[in-house]
Ligand binder design. Structure first.
Ligand code: URA
Length: 244
């Protein structure tokens, strides 16, 4: 946690002690102490350095599984750390979690791509979502220079040679056309490095702006740039392939 204070029940929930509702009961029942003092007030807030205990045992953030969807801004790295000190997706969210929580990005977006990216501490989830055999659809909104011809759309949809790889069938729809640029929605299920940019390059267009708007069943929706939300149980189950 950073300087920002967090409500005790949220802290307990993020640490995997109990759901927020159940954590409220633990507090009211006098089973939680902060810095050695039992607290029964639901408004209590904790911050970095506070020692929280449940029935006398220390609570830390390491045990619970956390799954979040972040709207990554451009100019932020989708890695856990950077040896050149650039801001990462983990830097954007870590202040909102207890100190013991270590989150990692699921897959990657380019430095200059914005949009939906998941972060979790569940390696199994990361494996399932990123493994090619699960073929999870990813939809992007691309602003490109010029206009696509019918033939170019057909090529994108059938698969194009991006140098070291021929892409699988994709879905591409023109959303808007302006004088010298177009907005195109494209859905792919592979995740080759700079794949969408290379696909448009292969048919003679440059991507001016790229935003990921959905991954599998999860949509970016109106999540603001730099903000995150927790994935619902259902979203997690569908992504893991344990629910339809
Ligand atoms: N394709 C790209 O070209 N860039 C991304 O960040 C994601 C997909």
């Amino acid at each position: 946690m950073t300087e920002d204070k967090m409500r005790l029940q949220k802290y307990l929930a993020l640490c995997g002690v109990a759901s927020r509702r159940a954590a409220e009961k633990l507090i009211v029942d006098g089973r939680i102490a902060v810095n050695g003092v039992v607290v029964t007030e639901l408004g209590t807030k904790v911050s970095s350095g506070d020692k929280v205990t449940f029935d006398g045992k220390p609570v830390s953030g390491g045990e619970s599984k956390i799954y979040i969807a972040l709207n990554k801004p451009t100019g932020v790295l989708s890695s856990a750390s950077d040896d050149r000190g650039r801001r990462t997706v983990v830097d954007l969210v870590s202040g909102d979690f207890p100190d013991g929580v270590r989150l990692y990005p699921v897959g990657r977006l380019d430095y200059d791509t914005e949009g939906l990216i998941f972060l979790t501490n569940d390696g199994d989830f990361t494996y399932k979502v990123t493994h090619p055999k699960h073929s999870i659809n990813k939809t992007y909104e691309a602003v490109i220079n010029g206009r696509l011809t019918e033939d170019e759309i057909v090529s994108l949809c059938r698969g194009v040679d991006i140098g070291d790889f021929v892409t699988s069938p994709a879905v591409a729809d023109i959303i808007r056309e302006e004088k010298d640029k177009s907005v195109v929605q494209i859905t792919i299920h592979e995740g080759k490095n700079r794949q969408v940019r290379k696909m448009f390059e292969a048919v003679g267009h440059r991507v001016l702006k790229l935003k990921r708007i959905s991954v599998g069943n999860v949509k970016l929706g109106n999540l603001k740039s730099g903000k995150w939300r927790e994935l619902s149980e259902r979203e997690i189950k569908i992504l893991k392939g344990t629910a339809k």
